[in-house]
Design a protein around this ligand. Structure first.
Ligand SMILES: Nc1ncnc2c1ncn2[C@@H]1O[C@H](COP(=O)(O)OP(=O)(O)OP(=O)(O)O)[C@@H](O)[C@H]1O
Ligand SMILES: [Mg+2]
Length: 455
């Protein structure tokens, strides 16, 4: 019988009509292999289904591959329930979690202490996507995978080291739009924190002479230029000297997020040195070379860029493997996309000359988007659709909404004696359960997936 999400008007109908009557049987779970309202310590699961039938069940390191299913009210946004699902999966050592409000179905997979989104579809598409869902969490396919699991372990252990190394090679992502104030810096710093929380080693490079990322990561601890400890060791020196100022010396530890990340700071001096630097032929390649020396030290390098078409933006895009284009989707930012595309074209011509593949655009990232209900329902979808149609650019799945918390966490400060010192923190550390934190977590998942760095 086909499933119609419109029939689910509340949480219990999502449980009965979608999960009990439709999904569990379609996925091959007979009534003796799933349990409803399972209480395990302080955790209460809506559903727990097992690939192998085991009574009594023990959830330890050897627990059989199983699936937690959580049903939510059709009006609930699933983003608000992701961190709870992660808590369930990681605490109980369950590999898969299905989260649904009937309108949307998501499947997450536990990877160590994190979860990643591995499947997503609208409730009304469930029939056409059934095969995919079965392949992921169907009882038979989980059983098969368990059988070949032991074999897999052996194979992966003998996999050549070089292959593993290639898969895990450091990836560099630039966040760029020539329009100012669209959320580049906010995106870069919080995405860095979200990726760091997933266990990846992150280096952040500030390419903007306004040094907003340098401020936002709490590296500016002086309130008088006399004590400026950044002036003599920042991105400018990195780009000016081929031999001196390696990344390992210039990068500083920032504890604006926990665990900490490394940051190569910017300085206002970048501005007046742009012409000299432009005359220096090798300046465009120095960073590429210096990053090669820290290949083993970081998994991800994130670059914040200036709102301009200048030399620094150019070097950033020459260096990066991937590009994210934050945009508030308003007319000026949209019109600016034409400049961005032209700029990328020029950058790619140069990359070709140095035998570097073209930069890969991950997409336009909708940022600072109004949370007004009517806007989200009617205007936002139209604006998102317009990007590929008019500008032939992809749009990223995650949307970063306008959230007060994002400005608040960046403005935190400490009073030491009679001076106020900026003490910004990432949104993930400031309010881990906030909507903004969850949006950045989703963005981190999406980015890591798109660049093939999920494990
Ligand atoms: N999602 C958001 N919700 C609320 N405020 C935001 C959001 N994103 C950015 N802001 C605020 O908007 C302002 C501009 O953001 P941000 O500095 O990140 O943009 P930018 O593109 O880096 O700007 P510039 O081009 O000047 O470097 C900041 O005050 C920031 O706190
Ligand atoms: Mg900025």
């Amino acid at each position: 019988m086909p499933f119609n999400p419109e029939l689910c008007r509340n949480e219990s109908e999502v449980e009965s009509k979608l999960i009990v009557q439709y999904l569990l049987p379609q996925l091959g779970y007979t009534p003796d292999t799933w349990y409803q309202e399972v209480v395990l310590g302080s955790i209460r699961l809506d559903f727990l289904a097992f690939a192998a039938q085991v009574v009594p069940f023990v959830l330890d390191a050897n627990s059989p591959l199983s699936v937690v299913m959580e049903a939510k009210h059709p009006k609930h946004n699933l983003n608000n329930h992701v961190s709870r699902l992660r808590h369930y999966l990681t605490t109980l050592n369950v590999r898969y979690g299905l989260l649904t409000n009937a309108k949307e179905i998501r499947i997450y997979e536990k990877v160590q202490y994190e979860i990643r989104l591995v499947f997503q579809c609208a409730g009304k598409e469930v029939e056409t996507k059934l095969k995919e869902i079965q392949n992921l969490i169907g009882r038979e396919s989980l059983q098969e995978r368990q059988n070949i699991n032991n074999l897999d372990i052996q194979i992966s252990e003998t996999k050549s080291r070089s292959e593993t190394k290639r898969q895990n090679a450091m990836k560099t992502i630039a966040v760029y739009h020539n329009k100012g104030g669209v959320g580049k810096t906010t995106t870069v710093v919080n995405l860095a924190a979200a990726i760091r929380k997933k266990g990846k080693r992150v280096l952040l490079i500030d390419f903007d002479s306004q040094a907003n990322t340098t401020f936002a990561t709490g590296l500016v601890k002086f309130d008088d230029e006399e004590f400026d400890d950044i002036k003599d060791s920042n991105l400018l020196q990195v780009l000016q000297s081929e031999e001196l100022y390696p990344i390992s010396e210039v990068a500083r530890k920032s504890n604006f997020c926990n665990p900490e990340i490394d940051v190569v700071p910017a300085h206002i001096d970048l501005m007046r040195n742009e012409t000299d630097l432009n005359a220096l032929d090798g300046s465009r390649l120095i960073l590429i070379d210096k990053l090669e020396h820290v290949q083993e030290k970081y998994d991800i390098v994130l670059i914040d860029t200036p709102p301009s078409l200048n030399l620094y933006a150019r070097i950033a895009l020459i260096t990066a493997d991937y590009l994210i284009i934050p945009s508030d989707l308003k007319p000026f930012a949209n019109q600016g996309l034409t400049n961005v595309k032209e700029f990328i074209k020029g950058v790619n011509t140069f990359r070709k000359q140095i035998r570097k593949p073209p930069i890969e655009t991950l997409g336009v990232l909708a940022c600072k988007i109004s949370t007004n209900n009517q806007f989200v329902k009617h205007t936002l979808p139209k604006r998102l659709e317009a990007i590929p149609k008019r500008y032939n650019l992809q749009v990223m799945d995650t949307v970063i909404y306008d959230r007060d918390d994002l400005a608040k966490c960046a403005e935190k400060s400490l009073i030491v004696g009679d001076i106020e010192i900026a003490d910004p923190v990432s949104i993930i550390d400031f309010k881990p359960d906030s909507m903004a934190a969850q949006e950045f977590e989703l963005l981190a998942i999406e980015v890591l997936q798109k660049i093939g760095l999920t494990e």
